[in-house]
Ligand binder design. Structure first.
Ligand SMILES: O=P(O)(O)OC[C@H]1O[C@H](O[C@H]2O[C@H](CO)[C@@H](O)[C@H](O)[C@H]2O)[C@H](O)[C@@H](O)[C@@H]1O
Length: 245
């Protein structure tokens, strides 16, 4: 691990907190639908949101509606599908920044891929398609080349590698841009951003936070642009608990 540092204490009066979900707040599991927050961690999260005057957002590759399911009854601001979905007001409306029709031909091709390779799983998020190979690591190259082939000559679509997944969605958005947009509005505006995330897709947000003089935290030991480290999901929740005292 390079330059591993524990993050400095959070100041709820001046910081805006942005948290990734899978691998940061919830442990990674084989079935993407079977994730859950560790027991006893929801109340501290709610207390942190309150302490920060609501300046807490979840920034995820997940759909906002899925995040709602996993985090209920917490009501929160969110950037879903890497920022292609946005909800500024906790409990407010979720807006979609783009349409999903352009994914139809890719959807058809990837449905064919999982029919041929039933150990691969296709997650259809509407605005994004994800091929999961966590339980079939030998099919990683098959999955990646099928997705690459399906988007051939499509400049309007972007392929992103994640943790045991390969994902395709409309180009032009990432977690860094989503964070920058959220920082334009209350209650985030004027605060110093803090971001914690574990995956390659979180690097966009970690870079953005560094540019803004905020606190960038990588969860885990993989390479990162982040300045600080937390070892795992358990350490993230310990850090949250310590922040709220
Ligand atoms: O940005 P995140 O909140 O970290 O979401 C990223 C992706 O998370 C989910 O996949 C990951 O978690 C699954 C459940 O633990 C795991 O099986 C998979 O291997 C991980 O990559 C989700 O299914 C994706 O849609 C998100 O993009």
């Amino acid at each position: 691990m390079t330059r591993a540092h524990e993050p400095p204490p959070i100041d709820p009066a001046s910081h805006a907190i942005f948290l990734d979900f899978d691998g940061t707040l919830a442990e990674l599991v084989d079935d993407p639908d079977a994730v859950a927050l560790p027991e006893g961690t929801l109340d501290p999260l709610i207390a942190l949101q309150r302490a920060c005057g609501g300046a807490l957002a979840i920034v995820s590759g997940r759909k906002v509606s899925d995040l709602d399911r996993f985090l209920a009854p917490l009501s929160f601001a969110a950037a879903g599908v890497h920022g292609l979905e946005r909800r500024v007001e906790p409990g407010g409306e979720t807006t979609r920044l783009m349409t999903a029709d352009e994914l139809d031909p890719v959807r058809e091709a990837l449905n064919g891929l999982v029919e041929e390779n039933p150990r691969l799983q296709l997650e259809d998020k509407g605005l994004a398609l994800v091929v999961h190979y966590r339980t079939a690591p030998d099919l990683k190259d098959t999955a990646r080349s099928a997705v690459k082939h399906a988007v051939k000559d499509r400049d309007d679509l972007l392929v992103m590698d994640g943790d045991n997944i390969v994902e395709v969605h409309p180009a032009g958005m990432n977690k860094g841009r989503a964070l920058a947009a959220m920082m334009e509005d209350a209650p985030f505006k004027g605060r110093i951003p803090v971001y914690a995330g574990d995956d390659t897709t979180d690097e966009y947000a970690l870079e953005e936070v560094k540019r803004r003089g905020g606190i960038s935290i990588k969860v885990g030991s993989r390479n990162s642009a982040a300045e600080y480290r937390l070892a795992d999901v358990e350490a993230v929740h310990r850090w949250i608990a310590e922040t709220i005292g």
